[in-house]
Design a protein around this ligand. Structure first.
Ligand SMILES: [Zn+2]
Length: 82
């Protein structure tokens, strides 16, 4: 008996595949300083933010964002966070 709901894998996402380090990546994760939740990804000198509902933002530095997990206000002054 086939399963009525075939499991569909969503497209490859940088937000869920955290165990795949790319060797020559220019992207760097921007994580919450408190709970380490992923807030955005720095790419090409800008911060790529994604929010629930499919809204995506590409913003320049400095950037501030509130963590959805712990409500901590995080700030990134430049592409190199750490
Ligand atoms: Zn947090």
């Amino acid at each position: 008996m086939p399963t009525p709901f075939p499991q569909r894998q969503p497209g490859p996402s940088i937000w869920t595949s955290r165990a795949k380090p790319k060797p020559n990546t220019l992207n760097s994760d921007w994580r919450c300083t408190r709970c380490d939740k992923l807030l955005g990804v720095c790419r090409d000198g800008r911060m790529h933010l994604r929010f629930a509902g499919g809204h995506e933002y590409l913003v320049g530095f400095p950037v501030q964002a509130t963590c959805r997990g712990c409500q901590t206000l995080n700030q990134a002054a430049g592409p190199r966070v750490r």
